[in-house]
Design a protein around this ligand. Structure first.
Ligand code: ADP
Length: 435
């Protein structure tokens, strides 16, 4: 405040303290004069504003960094606020800020965009995605989706977050490239599965022929044996033929039959895998608790015989095809039983963790575990760690598990320690999705 019309003395300066540190000081003072107007004294205060200065500097720096980041991002970032009618209902939204990528991608200049309401800005009858956006702005719960934008022939992945009540920000990433690769992989997978199906299906008929003609060969051999039983056949020839018919032919036929059986099993496995891939899914919300209790019930006899302990936590639901997920988790539980450590009581622990839009189910066993060098390969078709093991299956179970997880836009991985046990992690979608 100025006294006698004097201007206040208001300045900032720096002082070096005795310990060498530099301090910012603000001085505020006024001159006091006597009745004749002569200056008699100055009244004022000094503040040490070093901390405030540092904070201001840090704020300025971080704002600068944020602005640079905001401006140079390839993702389009748009801030909006809801627009309400007289009754307090939101009916539109207004763009309050956007970055350079917005102009690059949409072709709308920033100056022409800021302050515009959505219907005007995007030239639409209703504000785009209004239900979803207003829900985020009102509840604060984030939302994420992917969409195809026809006018630009592009796919976008959009995250919607609410920085403050009644406002929302959209962060949009152009995923057209990724989508194209995904579509290509999808088409290739489909093609492969078709080949697999045709090959395994068609290879079965020649196999049936080999089996049939081998049986006929056996019959022919039996007929020859009958013919040579005739006493007019010289003994030397008879003995040679007996050797061929009693030993050589049956031995060869035994190999043919066992190879045919093996090949039949392989083809059945391939057919099974290709059928899993080709299955049309019915995606709905799955009560995984119920599903696990069903699966454990299915293995009840074995688990009771083994005196196994199974703990199932409260598990969140997920979206998927019930039959396929039943198969996925059954294979994992079945393996935990097959590959248990016979020297200790089998313990199974089933838990889950929510990770944003995914839920990760963990199935932990205290079985024989898997050596590091096999961990990558156990997902391969027909791969067996130890084929000589009495319980070893056909090496198909985990390749089916992997295929089912992928069909659900999910993932599967394992952590294992030989002699201690394994944990299988199955990541699935918490919300509705399209295959
Ligand atoms: P299979 O159908 O023959 O059981 P999988 O594809 O299911 O084959 O599994 C591949 C290999 O992974 C098995 O040969 C087994 O050695 C190993 N394996 C799978 N699950 C477990 C587990 N829970 N503990 C230890 N080893 C396992």
């Amino acid at each position: 405040m100025a006294i006698n019309g004097e201007k206040e003395f208001n300045t900032e300066f720096r002082v070096v303290w005795r310990d060498g540190s530099i301090h910012n000081i603000r001085a505020l003072a006024v001159v006091q004069r006597d009745d004749s107007g002569r200056p008699v004294r100055m009244i004022g205060t000094n503040w040490d504003i070093t901390l405030q200065k540092h904070a201001e500097e840090a704020l300025r720096e971080s704002e600068e960094k944020l602005n640079t980041l905001f401006g140079s991002m390839t993702e389009m970032v748009v801030l909006n606020e809801l627009v309400f009618d007289e009754s307090g209902q939101p009916f539109n939204y207004r763009l309050t800020d956007c970055n350079n990528a917005f102009s690059t991608i949409t072709g709308i200049e920033k100056e022409n965009a800021i302050g515009k309401i959505a219907t005007e800005l995007y030239q639409t009858e209703t504000p785009p995605f209004f239900t979803e956006y207003s829900r985020v702005a009102l509840t604060g719960v984030s939302y994420e989706y992917t969409t195809y934008f026809e006018p630009m022939d592009k796919y976008f992945s959009i995250s919607v977050v609410s920085p403050k009540k009644n406002t929302f920000a959209t962060i949009t990433t152009d995923i057209t490239g990724i989508r194209e690769i995904q579509n290509e992989i999808f088409a290739k997978n489909e093609e492969l599965e078709n080949y697999l199906y045709i090959a395994s299906h068609d290879l079965r008929s020649p196999l049936v022929n080999i089996q049939g003609f081998s049986r006929r060969l056996q019959k022919h051999a039996d007929s020859i044996k009958e013919i040579i039983s005739d006493p007019s056949i010289p003994a030397g020839i008879k003995s040679d033929l007996d050797h061929i018919l009693d030993e050589d032919v049956p031995k060869s036929l035994k190999y043919i039959f066992s190879s045919v059986t093996k090949m039949e099993a392989l083809l059945a496995g391939l057919l099974h895998l290709s059928r899993t891939g080709r299955t049309l899914m019915t995606i709905r919300e799955i009560d995984i608790n119920k599903l696990f209790h069903l699966i454990i019930g299915h293995y009840n006899f074995q688990l009771t015989e083994l005196n196994a302990v199974v703990n199932i936590s409260e598990l969140p639901t997920c979206y998927g095809d019930e039959n396929l997920l039943n198969q996925l988790f059954s294979n994992i539980i079945g393996n935990a039983i097959k590959y248990r450590d016979k020297n200790r009581q089998l313990l199974l622990d089933i838990t889950a963790q929510i990770e944003f839009r995914k839920v990760v189910y963990s199935i932990r066993d205290n079985g024989m575990g898997i050596d590091q060098r096999h961990l990558e390969k156990i997902w391969d078709i027909f791969y067996k760690v130890d084929a000589s093991q009495p319980d070893a299956g056909d090496g198909l179970g985990l390749s089916i598990v992997k295929r089912i997880a992928e069909k659900h836009n999910g993932r599967i991985r394992v952590e294992s320690e030989p002699g201690k046990g394994s944990v299988f992690f199955v990541e699935l979608q918490r919300f509705e999705f399209a295959e």
